[in-house]
Design a binder for this molecule. Structure first.
Ligand code: ITT
Length: 191
């Protein structure tokens, strides 16, 4: 089975990746060596995703896949966006801050974005794909599945937050699933 490094230190992303890819491609995803900490100083999801993938390939001498993702809120001009992981200290504090900032805001439209980048062992880009999932920010949190901002993200055309969906449901409609759907053919082809 082919081995590809998944350039992340977020275990939730790895779990979702494995679940989405199971039975779709014959790849074993492994984590980068400990201490993997690429500088995410790009100004776009695309730039940061590429940086993570290249750095992982460089330290592991293996092909690498990276996921840069985040929550973009219309009323915050697309924020926290690429800063989603650093919006506040903990996942709960990030949710609290978002709900507080949007307390009196009527326009709650938002989207999750995920940009996946696949590079070969020399860091050459094989594919870069973007997935988006639309919805709005709830007035309070609910649900216990998923991670990050899932408890405050109401998925479009449903009355449920992402955290109220089962893992299986999330992995069918998420930004990560949409990016990976387009990436699967490259993962399959890569020898
Ligand atoms: P790596 O860079 O090590 O992959 P990270 O968590 O720091 O892990 P990002 O820089 O891509 O990853 O930031 C993504 C953040 O966006 C993540 O920490 C969450 O706060 C949020 N996020 C991304 N995908 C999400 C999802 O499916 N559900 C909820 N929140 C999500």
């Amino acid at each position: 089975m082919k081995k590809i490094v998944f350039a992340t230190s977020n275990p939730h992303k790895l779990e979702e990746l494995k679940a989405i890819c199971a039975e779709k491609c014959d790849v074993e995803f492994v984590l980068p060596p400990t201490g993997f900490d690429p500088l995410e100083d790009g100004t776009t999801f695309e730039a940061n995703s590429l940086k993570k993938a290249k750095e992982a390939a460089c330290v592991s001498k293996m092909p690498a896949l990276a996921d840069d993702s985040g929550l973009c809120v219309d009323a915050l001009d697309g924020g926290p966006g690429i800063h989603s992981a650093r919006y506040a200290e903990t996942a709960q504090k990030r949710i609290d801050k978002l709900l507080d900032v949007l307390k009196n805001v009527e326009n709650r439209r938002a989207k999750f974005v995920c940009v996946m980048t696949l590079v070969d062992e020399n860091g050459n880009v094989l594919a870069q794909k973007r997935g988006e999932c639309y919805g709005e920010i709830a007035h309070s949190q609910s649900g216990t599945h998923g991670f990050g901002y899932d408890p405050v993200f109401i998925v479009k055309d449903t009355e449920k937050t992402m955290a109220e969906l089962s893992d299986e449901q999330k992995n069918k409609i998420s930004h990560r699933a949409k990016a990976l759907e387009q990436m699967i053919e490259y993962l399959k082809e890569y020898k």
